[in-house]
Write a protein that binds this ligand. Structure first.
Ligand SMILES: *Cc1c(COP(=O)(O)O)cnc(C)c1O
Length: 348
């Protein structure tokens, strides 16, 4: 499969911006090439120099944890940047289309709308798995991307692996598997399959299990041609130096992160059981993520009631296939207890 031929016409011919740091890569004692402030920055840390456009030190540390080579790794200002860049690199506005599988993460569609790219909606089946026939019918010669979120937000389930493989094998465009919640899943990542499928793009993020949502750092793993195209289109310094430094430091604390993942999964399973004992809770969907989708008797009333107690959950009751549902992130044991007590006190 020729990934380069999937690019938008203007991107095929794009000559990317060449930074001062692209043009001179060695070590020197005097840098007068980038119009920076050579005296320093008014902060304890040195932020007066532009950051590494390709974030090689950070990618090297990520590669040691993920087992993905640097040249198959792209870093974005959140995974949301990677999503947007996939549209900008591969989807011709007003001509190409993408396939989205609701109920799912909202940014796939928003990003399509911003980029004026047609969205073909194929709802998940009632069991929140892929409608393979529907997807196959929706694909045409202009279909460039299919977004599969697994574990899926807001339903929490993982998508059946062999169904994803069917799409990877048969679809001639890019298959984007969003693994934002993979750290909480029983199912393993698709990272090991990267070498097998040239059209596979995996998204992961530092925003969830890694506890760094405020830094805005997302990862995309893919074959070399896809990564090279994303690097060509991205803003030259898309990951700032503070984020690169802090993420590098965070990677040293992986044991803490793994401990929190274990606690979150334990709390998730406990909260799932406890929620079912509460009369207003009609159904708790099994979750492979750090949140739970729960069907309740009166979603909007319960949402408002919780807000009044200072507890904020996500009202998903207006979302197709999530009627009557709230999405509840897993908190600390104390926070989950507060939620349970509040729900027990709810009177319609
Ligand atoms: C939270 C989330 C993300 C994370 O996006 P960032 O821009 O990296 O913070 C990506 N995908 C899904 C499905 C999410 O729920």
């Amino acid at each position: 499969m020729d990934i380069n031929s999937l690019q938008r016409e203007n991107i095929k011919n794009l000559r990317p911006y060449s930074t001062a740091r692209d043009e001179y890569k060695g070590q020197a004692s005097v840098y007068l090439d980038a119009n920076e402030n050579s005296f320093g920055s008014p902060l304890p840390a040195d932020y007066n120099r532009y950051p590494d456009p390709l974030q090689l030190d950070l990618k090297d540390a990520i590669s040691k944890i993920k087992g993905v080579p640097i040249e198959n790794t792209f870093l974005g200002n959140g995974s949301d940047e990677a999503i947007d860049l996939l549209y900008r690199a591969f989807c011709e506005p007003a001509k190409d289309n993408v396939i989205i599988l609701p109920p799912t993460y909202g940014m796939y569609e928003v990003s399509a709308n911003i980029n004026n790219v047609e969205v073909r909606i194929i709802n998940l089946l009632p069991n929140y798995q892929l409608d393979l026939d529907g997807i196959a019918e929706a694909i045409d010669a202009n279909t460039k991307l299919i977004f599969i979120c697994s574990p899926n937000n807001p339903t929490g389930n993982s998508i059946i692996r062999t169904d994803i493989e069917t799409i990877l094998t048969n679809f001639k465009g890019l298959v984007v598997i969003d693994e934002a919640y993979i750290n909480f899943a029983k199912q393993r990542s698709f990272i090991k399959e990267l070498t097998e499928y040239p059209n596979l793009v995996i998204l992961q993020t530092f925003s969830k299990a890694w506890g760094l949502a405020a830094l805005r750092l997302g990862m995309a793993f893919a074959g070399r041609p896809t990564i090279d195209i994303l690097n060509k289109v991205k803003p030259p310094y898309n990951i700032n130096q503070a984020t690169q430094d802090l993420a590098l430091a965070a990677l040293q604390n992986i044991n803490q992160v793994n401990e929190w993942i274990k606690l979150t999964v334990e709390e998730r399973d406990k909260l799932s059981t406890d929620l079912l004992t509460i009369p207003v809770v009609k159904k708790v969907y099994p979750s492979d993520a750090n949140f739970i989708l729960a069907e309740v008797t009166d979603a909007t009333g319960i949402y408002d009631f919780l807000v009044n107690q200072g507890i904020i959950v996500r009202d998903r009751s207006k979302v197709t296939l999530c009627e009557g549902c709230l999405r509840i992130s897993i908190g600390t044991p104390a926070e989950n207890q507060t939620l349970l007590i509040a729900l027990k006190n709810y009177q319609a």
